[in-house]
Ligand binder design. Structure first.
Ligand code: ZN
Length: 128
């Protein structure tokens, strides 16, 4: 009966202090998760819609104002309100960020262009 209880085959896990790095989860740096990407694109599309709707509303708005009160004063007030609304919607859409590159979608430096693509990474407005 010479049982050497020496080398126990099951050693306690010593490798706990290793940093858990899962290479399968590692994604591209600019690849946001698709839900957030779609939400950001929806936000850009919605703000563009408000902006263009404001531009289109100019003619019917002035027509209605002229019908209600055809004085210079009321027309000037209507026009001022329209300009303020246009400025706000333009600002909102200009400050919408592209989810792919993180820059302003419609603004590159001092130029503000309402194209259908991102001015930095050519990300299309209908990308989702
Ligand atoms: Zn971009």
């Amino acid at each position: 009966m010479n049982s050497d209880g020496g080398g126990s085959p099951t050693r306690p896990a010593v490798s706990d202090d290793q940093p858990v790095t899962d290479p399968a989860v590692c994604s591209l740096p600019n690849q946001a998760d698709p839900v957030a990407f779609k939400q950001a694109m929806d936000l850009i599309r919605r703000r563009r819609k408000y902006f263009f709707a404001t531009i289109i509303l100019y003619m019917p708005l002035m027509w209605v104002a002229n019908r209600i009160s055809p004085t210079f004063r009321s027309m000037a007030i209507t026009f001022s309100v329209w300009v303020v609304v246009l400025f706000i919607t333009a600002l909102y859409s200009a400050l919408a960020r592209c989810p792919r590159c993180g820059h302003y979608f419609h603004m590159n430096g001092m130029s503000l262009l309402y194209l259908r693509r991102c001015l930095h990474c050519q990300n299309h407005i209908n990308a989702s």
